[in-house]
Design a binder for this molecule. Sequence first.
Ligand code: HEM
Length: 282
Amino acid sequence: MGDHPFISPGPGDLRSPCPALNTLANHGYIPRDGRNLHFWQLVKIQTEVFNISTPLAVSLAFEAIFLCGNGMTCDMKQLRKHNHIEHDASLSRLDAPGNSWSRNPHLIHEMMFRFSSPKGLTFNDIAKVRVAREKLLRTKTGRLDFFHNRIALGEACLVIGVWGEGGGEDFSKRTVSTERIRSFFLEERFPADWRRPTYQLGFLQTVNLGGQLRAIMDSVINKERSDATSGKLVRRTVTFDGVDYELSHSHEGEEDVHANGDAQSHVHTNGGVPQKVVEASQ
Ligand code: HEM
C-alpha cells in the first residue's frame, strides 16, 4: 500500500454503499473524490487489486455504469440509487428509506460478533448474518426480489472469497478475520496484513457459491422454524435506540436477531475485538 496511502475522504468527496469501492478510493486506486469512475478503470483495478476474474469484474462494472451511471462513467453517489444495485438487508448498511449507503457500526459489530472459528467468520457464519438481515426486511414476503437476492448473495461471497483466507481453492472453506471485517467495513481501509489473493475468484464460481450460501440460509431458517415449533427457541424483546428487537436463543445457546434491530445490545467489544456474551435466557 506504500504508493497508495489511506486518506480519509475530505469534504466534497463522494462515497458509495460499497465497502470495496470506498476502500479503493480511500487509497487512491480510483479517484479519491469518487467522481468520474470509468468502466475500464473499474474493471482493471478490481482484477489487479482483488484478483477477481475479468468476467466478474466486467459484470460488476457493467452494473455500475449501465444501472447507475451515464455513458461510460459513474459517480459514487449514483451507486446509492435504491433498488438499482443498492438493496435492503445489507450486511453493513440500514434499509431504505433513510441513509442506506453509509456504513452502520452497529450492524458491523453484530457481524463481527458472529464468528464461530478462532480465525474469524466462516461461510456458515456469513449465511447466518444474511438470515438475520433478511429478518429485518419490512416487505410482505420477508425476502428480497430475485435480482437483489442474487446481488446480496454475490456480495456475501465476495467477502468470503476475496477478503477471506485459508481453504486453498475452496472458497467456501475460507474464514474472514474480525480484523479484516473491521478494516474493510468499518474503516474502509486495506488491513495491515492485506495481500492480493492467490486464487482468482471467477464469475461462475461466485454464482455457484451464492447458491450454496442460499441453501445454508434456507436450512438455518428451517431449523429455526422447527426449534420454534418444538419450543426450543426462547424469544425475548429488548429495546435499543427506541427500536424493539426480538432476540431468540436456539437450544445451542446461540442468539439471533429476529426483528427490527441490529443486536448491538449484545455485542461487547474489548479493544476492538468482539466478545461473545452469553445472556441469560428467560
Ligand atoms: C465496479 C465494481 C463494483 C460496484 C459498482 C459495486 C457496487 C456495490 C453497491 C452499489 C453495493 C451496495 C449494495 C447494498 O445495498 O448493500 C455494494 C455492496 C457490496 N460490495 Fe460492491 N461493488 C463493486 C465491486 C466490489 C468488489 C470487487 C467487492 C469485493 C472485493 C465488493 C464487495 C461488496 C460488499 C461486501 C458489499 C456488501 C455491503 C453490505 O451488504 O453492507 N464490491 N457494491
